[in-house]
Design a protein around this ligand. Structure first.
Ligand SMILES: [Zn+2]
Length: 311
């Protein structure tokens, strides 16, 4: 018995040491996801097309390998929608899993990134490396992080489809939520987080939910990136207000607080040149680390932050 206990102790120590020796988010894994998902094989991941289905399957495999929980018997949440602009019906698939919170399992944080992109036009593949294989890579690696170190609140990892067709995946998720909307605390959405020549990453949303700003000041100061708050109020040029520019807009419309992390548009935005080679690895890794730190801070003291009585 004593020998067994000693063995268990040594094993636990070994697991602990090997976990703590790793950096929080592994740069090689992050980059590998982007390289794969933005390769020509995935054909720009346009909703309903083969490359998009492959990307969805890729996510399912990753979720399964790290043991994420599913709502029901599958990570895949199919939906359909009619696109008035294209006068066409489409089928999409959100890929959704979660990690159970250790203290507040019935309260959910939704971490999201869209995995669809524009597909192939005029024989040119729109690989969408920054938009948004980058967000998906971070989603997978943060899921891995939390699957090993459970958060206090449950975290839903939502890879949304059909963002490029008008935030359809996020809309469907909120129309038929896997948990009651009242139990969703907030949304963190990642869309284009892997490059910026000024080393600048934006946090949009704190203008609408001011209590979210103070807790992020410390992680912002500690980040290697220049963190800027903004793009969340009406301006003379409407496209500068990102409040509804990506999937977080659907959460905001339901009154669920959100933070969106992303960069300003670059020369390759929605162009066939948004390729893996143009990713800035150091920037991307720092962005993923920063988002993880923000998530940790919010998870640690959510009720204090929400009520303005935070530590
Ligand atoms: Zn996008």
């Amino acid at each position: 018995m004593a020998l067994k206990t000693l063995f268990a102790y040594i094993l636990a120590l070994f697991i602990c040491c090997s976990l703590s020796a790793q950096p929080a988010v592994l740069p090689d894994s992050l980059l590998a996801h982007v390289r794969i998902l933005s390769s020509d094989e995935y054909q720009g991941r346009r909703t309903q097309e083969k490359g998009n289905l492959m990307a969805g399957d890729y996510l399912v495999q990753r979720y399964r390998s790290m043991g994420l929980k599913a709502f029901g018997d599958s990570y895949v949440r199919p939906f359909s929608f009619y696109n008035r602009w294209m006068k066409q019906a489409f089928n999409g698939r959100n890929i959704v899993g979660y990690v159970r919170g250790s203290a507040f399992p019935g309260q959910y944080i939704v971490l999201s990134a869209h995995y669809d992109h524009l597909g192939v036009k005029n024989d040119r593949i729109y690989n969408g490396a920054d938009d948004n294989a980058s967000g998906v890579g971070a989603l997978i690696e943060l899921a891995r992080y939390f699957s090993r170190r459970p958060p206090l609140h449950s975290i839903i990892f939502a890879a949304f489809d059909a963002e490029e067709m008008g935030l359809k995946g996020a809309q469907s998720f909120l129309d038929e939520p896997p948990v009651p909307l009242d139990n969703i605390l907030f949304n963190i959405n990642m869309d284009m987080i892997s490059r910026n020549e000024k080393n600048e990453l934006y946090i949009c949303g704190a203008k609408h939910y001011p209590f979210l700003r103070a807790p992020l000041e410390n992680p912002a100061r500690e980040s290697r990136l220049a963190i800027a708050f903004g793009h969340d109020e009406p301006t003379a040029t409407p496209q500068d207000d990102w409040t509804t520019a990506s999937d977080h807009g659907c959460f905001h419309k339901k009154g669920i607080p959100f933070l969106y992390f992303g960069v300003e548009d670059h020369a390759d935005y929605h162009k066939p040149t948004d390729d893996y080679e143009r990713i800035m690895p150091a920037f991307y890794t720092a962005a993923a680390d920063f988002i993880l730190n923000c998530l940790l801070v919010l998870d640690k003291d959510w009720s204090g932050i929400r009520t303005g009585k935070g530590k």
